[in-house]
Design a binder for this molecule. Structure first.
Ligand code: SF4
Length: 239
């Protein structure tokens, strides 16, 4: 086959290509406003005020965060492929959708989620919910994040599964740290109460308290909150 020599024009075109920009265009999500009454398990452990703002004054996800999510998705796909290949399981369902309806105490809403991996063990017939989370340094993960525990609690209840596994995978080297999560009825109730709380504030157009700002263990998250400025202004105004 004849080797075609690049013209100066072609070379310029190649140098002009900005791969970072191409990645950002690829990742650019369509902004779909969220609807009051449709809530998501992965968000309920976050500050309720932040959740409220994400419905009332949504902001597009920042580029850097979209790239981090993309890396995380690669880790999830890899884990799902490994589980499907394993002889340990008689069933592996990836991205299993769940829908939880709540219609009580004046609250009416639906929770939409996706279980990363729902597996059934071949030897013991145990139903296990696996939630994979990517981490920048898994050696520093000493306990499961309460937000992730709340998320898995909803799935355990919805699927009546035997237990859950929270699997943290290091994005640098795929080192794994895993935690077993057993069903806890009190924590499930507490998680549902958070949804009711968010729903109440949204339906009544009331700004929820600045939950994380007044929690010494969680205030560090405010630094990464996209609604920091609005929230600080609201606090200054006495809200
Ligand atoms: S800045 Fe902190 S308290 Fe305010 S909405 Fe964000 S996370 Fe919540």
């Amino acid at each position: 086959m004849e080797n075609k020599k690049l013209s100066a024009y072609d070379e310029d075109k190649i140098i002009d290509i900005d791969v970072g920009e191409i990645i950002d265009e690829y990742l650019n999500e369509e902004s779909r406003p969220k609807k009051v009454g449709a809530y998501y398990p992965s968000e309920i452990g976050m500050c309720i005020r932040r959740g409220y703002y994400s419905y009332v004054t949504p902001k597009p996800t920042e580029r850097a965060a979209l790239r981090i999510f993309a890396l995380g998705n690669n880790v999830h796909s890899f884990l799902a492929a490994a589980l499907k290949d394993s002889k340990e399981f008689s069933l592996v369902e990836e991205e299993k959708p769940i829908k939880i309806e709540c219609d009580e105490e004046g609250a009416s809403f639906t929770i939409y989620g996706r279980i990363d991996d729902y597996v059934i063990t071949r030897a013991t017939n145990k139903k296990i919910i696996i939630e994979a989370k990517s981490a920048s340094d898994v050696s520093r993960v000493e306990e499961p994040d309460p937000k992730h525990v709340m998320q898995i609690m909803l799935y355990l209840n919805a699927e009546q599964a035997d237990y859950g596994l929270l699997v943290y995978a290091d994005k640098k080297n795929l080192a794994i740290k895993q935690f077993r999560v057993d069903y806890d009825n009190e924590l499930h109730k507490k998680t549902m109460t958070r949804f009711k709380d968010l729903d109440y504030h949204l339906r009544n157009n009331k700004l929820p308290p600045a939950e994380f700002y007044f929690d010494t263990k969680k205030v560090w998250e405010c630094k990464y909150c996209p609604y920091f400025n609005e929230c600080m202004q609201a606090i200054a105004n006495g809200d």
